[in-house]
Design a protein around this ligand. Sequence first.
Ligand code: GLA
Length: 511
Amino acid sequence: MKKVLLLIITLTLIAFYFSSISAEKPGQAFRADYDGLAMTPPMGWYPWNTFGQEPQNEKLIKEMVEALISSGMREAGYLYVGPDEGICYYRASDGKLTTNLERYPSGLRGLGDYIHQRGLKYALYTDAGTLTCSKAMPGTKGHEFEDMRQFAEWRTDYLKIDWCNTKGQDIVQTYTLLNEAQRAAGRPLVHSLCSWGVGEPWKWAAAVGHLWRTTGDICEPGKADWNSAMKIVFANEKLYEYAGPGHWNDPDMMIVGMPGLSEAQNRSLFSLWCMMAAPLIAGNDLRQMSESTRQILTNIEVIAIDQDPLGIQGHIIRQEGQISIWGQKKLFDGSQAVLIFNQNNSPSQVTISWDELGFSRAASLYVRDLWKHQTTGPITRGLSVTVPPNDVIMLRLSRSKDFPLPPIISADTYLISLHSKSSKPEKLSASLTIHNAGKVDLPLWKVHGPLPPWLFVKITKKGNNQIITNQINTAGLSPGYYHTIVRLDNTEPISKRPMSAFYYEVELEVK
Ligand code: GLA
């Protein structure tokens, strides 16, 4: 009798456990659960908003790579870079996607290697239909598996897949097939869906991708458009429940720093993107950006709101005429971000109270101004601020005086390339450094899964950095080329959210 009772209790507990899990994510699958990619919104640079397709070529992309590094954007987390619809490949008569060597003389694989060696990740573009949007490049329709193999061979880390020329195609089936083709190609990559909201991807795309465009294009190439950006902001805001680690609403690449926008507008746009946990894909010409734009795009305290490991998309909690107050953006350390956006052409005084933000009125809170980099407080009940015209005030509120930055990761390279010098067994070694611009001390990264027998990876700490040493023994290897992708994992120590997996590659040529 006792045993039966015990069995009933155990079964009830098991049933309760599983029902409570499924209550959290009812029937939802997440692609990021297996590849660990984009656990915070992807960051990078893409050419379309400024350049359109004509001036795109290898030289332009390489200049942007250098600008990402020299401006400090790489260290601030901007990682993915590459051509959009830059007429970079065509379909050859044998059916294979083939580099347009006139524009990209190193080949698309050569450009990828260059980007990886500079500590950045490689982004490419395609379309789910028969042709890309301007019809200048082939789409993947009917070639899904071979094209995804080609993108893997080019060592793509991020693939934007557009939705032009898809007449008669079912959107869910198409993007699901492309996801299967990507998995079959064996290379982990961030899948960015680009159907501009068609097919309501926020309802199903987390299973097959990591981010999806929610709206139409933010501007025509070269023509930054504030009004269009505002329409996008308020449409994307409504979808806040659908975003989270590994699955993001994408209000399009940013226009921050493009000609025609004021400093206040740039600051407002960047704050809004970060408040919405949106992908931060810069779209301005990085080679000639002003110091003010550089400072906006690299404001690490604001980036930290976007890159917070909880991955919550903030939203409007109160709107009064042209003033919106954005909140409900809880952060990993128990603090919260608040944004006050004034769309009036005159300064506006705004009062916010702690209880409307979910704190108790009596809470004694420190207030950090994320643009002025100043802390005040502790304050109870709430506060009043004056917001300049078409500008924002962005605050972080906390019970503690500390405002720790979450991990923001960059690396000096993603490609370790080694060659043996003689046919005798040799021991080779090369390291890469993972840098953390945040303030949270990370545990050591851990190798995920088995490594090939010729490779041993040792991970050590040096201050806030971690050194990944790759030791290679060529004993027993026949002459030839060897290649592997190494995956490292980490669990962010405070929120217990896993961080995005860190992937890099090791290649070895044995004489
Ligand atoms: C679509 C996309 C844009 C850009 C262009 C390229 O319009 O939404 O972001 O990629 O195609 O033609």
